[in-house]
Ligand binder design. Sequence first.
Ligand SMILES: Cc1cc2nc3c(=O)[nH]c(=O)nc-3n(C[C@H](O)[C@H](O)[C@H](O)COP(=O)(O)OP(=O)(O)OC[C@H]3O[C@@H](n4cnc5c(N)ncnc54)[C@H](O)[C@@H]3O)c2cc1C
Ligand SMILES: NC(=O)c1ccc[n+]([C@@H]2O[C@H](COP(=O)([O-])OP(=O)(O)OC[C@H]3O[C@@H](n4cnc5c(N)ncnc54)[C@H](OP(=O)(O)O)[C@@H]3O)[C@@H](O)[C@H]2O)c1
Length: 383
Amino acid sequence: MPDAKSKPAFNRKNPLLAKRKTSLLLTEGCNSKDTWHLEISLQGSGMEFTPGDSLAVLPQNNPQQVDELIAALGCTGQEAVPTPAKEEASLRKALTENYVITTPDKKLLKAITEQCDGTEWQHLLEAEKKAELNDYLWGREIIDLLLAHPTASFQPAEFVTLLKKLNVRLYSVASSLAHHPDEVHLTVAVVEYESFGRKRQGVCSSWLAERIDDNTQIPCFITPGKGFRLPAPDDHTPIIMCGPGTGIAPFRAFIEERKATNAKGDAWLFFGEIHESTCYFYNEEWESRLADGTLSKITTAWSRDQEEKVYIQHKMLEHGAEFWEWLEKGAIFYVCGDAQRMAPDVDKALHTLIQHHGDKSEEESIAYVKEMVSEKRYRRDVY
Ligand SMILES: Cc1cc2nc3c(=O)[nH]c(=O)nc-3n(C[C@H](O)[C@H](O)[C@H](O)COP(=O)(O)OP(=O)(O)OC[C@H]3O[C@@H](n4cnc5c(N)ncnc54)[C@H](O)[C@@H]3O)c2cc1C
Ligand SMILES: NC(=O)c1ccc[n+]([C@@H]2O[C@H](COP(=O)([O-])OP(=O)(O)OC[C@H]3O[C@@H](n4cnc5c(N)ncnc54)[C@H](OP(=O)(O)O)[C@@H]3O)[C@@H](O)[C@H]2O)c1
């Protein structure tokens, strides 16, 4: 395993140009979401990582969106423009690889407003209206603003200076180098939604899932997981892993690592998704790990297999007495996945079960969880 403090060979300025080996749809037959398992080759690169780390990926924009933008600007795509690195590239290449062409920057909003008699957002440009501006922009992309204001006209080299630099997206590593040398696996959910009459897709998730092939170079590097780490293999501390949806990714890496290192200590996995029949990610692997004792227990919650929603926090409460026993044995509780809804609800359930099964007041449960945090026994990697 790499020394956690050793300097990584690849970084933002010097990414590894990796290639995909395999991809597999994990949600075959599910109409509500596309989540993919990706295997990326690290052969010959020497790139190393530890379960709990993330892979930072620099994506490319959707070529159809690039075409639309070039047409809206009245350009050919061949025009020379500056890149954020102060190099020169064609407008098409720069819009594909270097700039954010979905979410507008305030500079662009101001520039359109200056050219047009009135824009819907001009009263939202003051600093104190930031939240209202964000609400207005929710679901709107640059192309919507340009098409709604055809009188706004930009020289291509000026236009790109009004855009933000395209940045990396992080994906939890879903494999262990001890189990899959020279590879990194990811679990990627395609962000997809409709707004203002258009189908939209997340830039990086759709690039990885739908637009790359086995020859595409994927610029990437490892970012270390801050404290999202397993206990040493000979440590008997039990672990509880809570990873609904793509939150399962780091726990697949954890479980592979524990199998490869013959780790001691019990391990309990909570997984939740929409339907058991179409979204039980990696279920055959869990069966094998239960059979060989790497996993002690798996508890699942299928949110849409019945009328009422069932989420992992409901299962935590259902198994509250046992959960409490594990906590009292010093278990580390890991949570990964959705930050907005899941993580706060799981946190609430944790407090509730501590009160109920630990016979504690609300204040005492808060103190108990604070102590878990300070002892690094409650670790979250949520997004
Ligand atoms: C540490 C870490 C680990 C992560 N691990 C994983 C992982 O293992 N797997 C995984 O799939 N993801 C993971 N993510 C999330 C991932 O980094 C990306 O944020 C995600 O894939 C979306 O990126 P994108 O480029 O596809 O979407 P973007 O192009 O960035 O689009 C997302 C944006 O679209 C907008 N949007 C989304 N839904 C709607 C809607 N309904 N209406 C209007 N606007 C909307 C929002 O502005 C949102 O911010 C992780 C994030 C972090 C920080
Ligand atoms: N907009 C998109 O298309 C899109 C796509 C991918 C990811 N994302 C975002 O990326 C993050 C992770 O997404 P993901 O695909 O990994 O899975 P996810 O959306 O977090 O869903 C995984 C499971 O968690 C359930 N869930 C929903 N709310 C919950 C809550 N409050 N507590 C516990 N479980 C809850 C979901 O149920 P239900 O869905 O049945 O409620 C589903 O069964 C989320 O922030 C998500 O919003 C968005």
